[in-house]
Design a protein around this ligand. Structure first.
Ligand SMILES: Nc1ncnc2c1ncn2[C@@H]1O[C@H](COP(=O)(O)OP(=O)(O)OP(=O)(O)O)[C@@H](O)[C@H]1O
Ligand SMILES: [Mg+2]
Length: 268
């Protein structure tokens, strides 16, 4: 049974004065002594007047998989969109660092060029293009990541269907193509928004295996999932969002072992 010390005190978080200099060491030292590779510090974001991301902070170490969990409407997608600098929601405060680069000063294009790889929920396969053309388009501008051959080694199904139009792939294959397109660029962190959504358990197994393989190659990953149990089985650590703030930060096992926590914030 996990103790409750990982349940973050919202009032203490809010007490972080907005103008205070961020102390990354405090966050980085939470899990290990190594500095965090990817960190989000006190991020706030709005859709118009709606205050949705309400001071989100977390860190991810290089090569780690972090599960970002929470109920419907907790702000998971908004957090990923804020990190990716999409502009909607509008980020009004906060810092985002990836391998010593300040993403919070960048446009979404610059953040992508600096190694941010967002795989959105709708998968965004480009209509009218084959699997291979979708991959090649991702490599149209440097920095280029995995070669097409290496991608087909990891996703043999994509290799078999290289000349098939991407939008005619099955849901699972489209998810694979969407992840493959991110890897085709030289990314440093992979952000996945509900990669298992709508997929049969056997396909989830396949994608999980692939994500494990990608981790073994050193990738740093953030996975948002409604299927929290599956995400926790894959992840090293977890953070839980509730109404736009982080209410738990700890290991994946701690969440799996803590029934009360799961019932309160994940409804599982
Ligand atoms: N474009 C938008 N304009 C206004 N409010 C929005 C917009 N998109 C999302 N919201 C609101 O922001 C809150 C957080 O939504 P978000 O999509 O980030 O949640 P989520 O945790 O990803 O939920 P789910 O698990 O359902 O995907 C919700 O209350 C939602 O209604
Ligand atoms: Mg969402």
């Amino acid at each position: 049974m996990a103790n409750d010390s990982n349940l973050l005190d919202k009032s203490a978080d809010n007490a972080n004065a907005l103008n205070e200099r961020p102390d990354f060491s405090a966050h980085a030292n939470k899990a290990t002594t190594a500095p965090a590779y990817f960190s989000v510090y006190d991020m706030h974001a709005y859709y118009g007047e709606s205050y949705i991301v309400q001071g989100v902070s977390f860190t991810v170490h290089e090569g780690e998989i972090l599960a970002l969990l929470g109920r419907n409407g907790a702000g998971k997608t908004s957090t990923l969109r804020s990190i990716a600098r999409i502009g909607d929601p509008e980020v009004t405060h906060g810092e985002i660092w990836l391998d010593h680069q300040p993403l919070h000063t960048m446009s979404s294009h610059e953040a992508a060029q600096s190694g941010l790889g967002l795989v959105p929920e709708d998968r965004r396969i480009i209509q009218g293009l084959t699997v291979e053309e979708n991959l090649k388009l991702a490599q149209i501008a440097p920095p280029i990541g995995w070669s097409i051959d290496r991608i087909y080694d990891l996703f043999p199904r994509l290799g078999e269907r290289r000349n098939q139009e991407g939008t005619t792939l099955s849901g699972g294959e489209q998810q694979m193509l969407s992840i493959a397109r991110a890897l085709a660029r030289d990314i440093k962190v992979l952000l996945l928004d509900e990669p298992y959504e709508g997929l049969a358990p056997v396909i989830v197994d396949e994608i999980e295996k692939t994500l494990t393989h990608i981790k073994e190659q050193g990738m740093t990953t953030v996975i948002v999932e409604q299927n929290a149990v599956r995400a926790l089985q894959l992840a090293d650590r977890a953070v839980i969002l509730d109404t736009g703030t982080i209410v738990f930060d700890g290991t994946a096992e701690e969440v799996l072992d803590n029934e009360a926590l799961r019932a309160e914030y994940l409804a599982i």
